[in-house]
Design a binder for this molecule. Structure first.
Ligand code: ZN
Length: 500
């Protein structure tokens, strides 16, 4: 990964939506930081480039195999989750590195990894280090949240109640595979401490990872576990990353299980703080959002994922109106299953900015959503010590270089704002270079730190081999489909009595 000394560009968008694009500029770099920005007296020779700050993905899971590949297209979240387990565990480095490579090629240098799918086959700490090595080799910074779940492995109700709702032939295999076998809260916390210690022993890895607590969600975590996480985060200063109110069924469950209010409940546990990022909040109400804003919580909105998993449309305009800090997540479910953060930004803007002459989301709010607040979700509140999501002297040099001749292929008027073109049509395919902490991590559209195609081929070969080693995985895939049908009947009935 070479470190460029300076980058000349036809256009510089130092802070899209806030500062106007500047023509013909030179960005000087010093180590990981931007050192200077100076105008050129001439247009750089060769193809035109536009440089803008890199994007951040505030909620993801480092999954490499995409939803439709697993046969899960069109499933709602409640049944879709189980399709993630139709593959045997494989090498965590291969999975993470190929997933990170796709993200960085599409312009993301800060990426949240809520590590909900443990591959197994090695000690947890070793697996976490493998993921950290993948981040280092690809050249990005990740938030690594140790996932925790100590109840309700099958759905929103306890396992025995969920099993009773399934066809009899499914009960045994589903119980075997999905019933929760939790660690105690103290064991989960010591798992985090063990990863922290292992990272501290390797500064080359530690600089690429912000370790976090990752309770999966209120419906999946007991009160003692959430209390322990709140206390540990308060004590250690580590951020917390958790799902909340993603689907209509979670909303109904929450209203039944926490009649005093699920957000009030989290507040009473001490979980609501500026260290917390909540993924989704798709079904949150205005009063709940106001409390999240008051407590300084960040909400990671996952527009494509909410559409792909039929979860709904998040009340992003209300979140903004109430002063919530909102960040953009892709959740491994970008609209075209390609991890294209530029496309995600466009989709979110189109869906949430308002209809007709209404304006609910400004361009500077869009930029804060797509690039600035997500860094905070990934790195924690300490990230605010440096200017982030901007190209300015002293800021970390995290930048995207776009092939502007390809984006602006039919120019007619000099006064069209380049930001219009970026928002209208730029995608990850227009990215020619990505710089992360001053190093070129994508060059000519290729990841420089790993051989992505070799790793992908290796991963595919191993998974195919594992799948063909016996009939158990084919059987389980069929059973997951049947489970989806039975869960559909269960959730359509949605009687939450006795289910907390
Ligand atoms: Zn998620």
């Amino acid at each position: 990964m070479a470190a460029p000394i300076s980058i000349d560009c036809a256009w510089l968008m130092a802070e899209p939506g806030t500062a106007p694009a500047l023509a013909n500029m030179r960005i000087g770099l010093s180590g990981a930081q931007v050192a200077s920005i100076e105008p050129l007296t001439y247009a750089p020779s060769g193809p035109r480039h536009l440089v803008l700050p890199a994007l951040a993905n505030a909620h993801d899971h480092a999954r490499t195999f995409r939803s439709a590949t697993l046969g899960a297209f069109g499933q709602p979240l409640e049944s879709w989750l189980h399709f993630l387990g139709v593959l045997p565990g494989v090498d965590p480095y291969l999975c993470a590195a190929t997933s990170f490579a796709r993200s960085v090629r599409h312009g993301v240098t800060d990426l949240m990894v809520h590590y909900t799918r443990v591959q197994g086959g090695m000690r947890y700490v070793e697996e976490a280090l493998a993921v950290a090595r993948a981040a280092r080799d690809v050249g990005i910074h990740i938030g690594f949240a140790v996932a925790m779940r100590d109840r309700n492995g099958i759905g929103l109700c306890n396992d025995s109640e969920m099993l009773a709702g399934l066809r009899p032939t499914l009960r045994e295999p589903v119980s075997q595979r999905l019933s929760v076998r939790p660690l105690t809260p103290a064991e989960y916390l010591s798992q985090v401490d063990a990863v922290a210690q292992a990272l501290a022993d390797d500064s080359g890895l530690a600089s690429h990872v912000t370790l976090q607590y990752g309770p999966a969600g209120v419906q999946w975590c007991s009160r003692p576990l959430l209390e322990a996480v709140a206390e540990a985060s308060h004590r250690s200063g580590r951020p917390v990353h958790m799902h909340l109110l993603e689907t209509r069924y979670q909303r109904e469950w929450a209203d039944h299980a926490h009649p005093q209010g699920i957000v009030t409940y989290l507040d009473s546990l001490g979980l609501l703080s500026p260290r917390l990022t909540l993924a989704h909040c798709t079904w949150a109400r205005a009063g709940e959002l106001a409390l999240l804003a008051e407590r300084g919580v960040t909400i990671a909105v996952n527009t494509s994922s909410n559409l792909g998993l039929k979860s709904g449309i998040a009340p992003l305009p209300t979140m903004l109106e109430l002063g919530c800090r909102v960040s953009m997540g892709l959740d491994g479910m970008a609209f075209n299953e390609d991890d294209d953060a530029l496309h995600e930004m466009r989709l979110a803007y189109s869906l949430h900015r308002g209809w007709g002459f209404e304006q609910h989301m400004s361009r500077s709010q869009l930029w804060a959503f797509a690039a600035q607040h997500g860094r905070r979700s990934v790195r924690g509140p300490a990230a605010e010590a440096l200017p982030c999501g901007v190209i300015a002297p002293g800021a970390t040099a995290d930048m995207i270089v776009m092939d502007w001749d390809a984006v602006d292929a039919d120019p007619l008027f000099d006064d069209v704002d380049p930001l219009d073109l970026l928002l209208a049509r730029a995608t990850g395919l227009h990215i020619s270079q990505v710089v992360a902490s001053g190093r070129t991590v994508v060059d000519s559209g290729r990841v420089t730190g790993i051989d992505e195609s070799v790793l992908k081929a290796e991963l595919l070969a191993r998974v195919r081999s594992a799948l063909s080693s016996g009939s158990e995985w084919a059987t389980w895939r069929r059973q997951v489909s049947e489970l989806g049908e039975d869960l559909g009947s269960f959730y359509r009935r949605s009687n939450w009595a006795g289910c907390c």
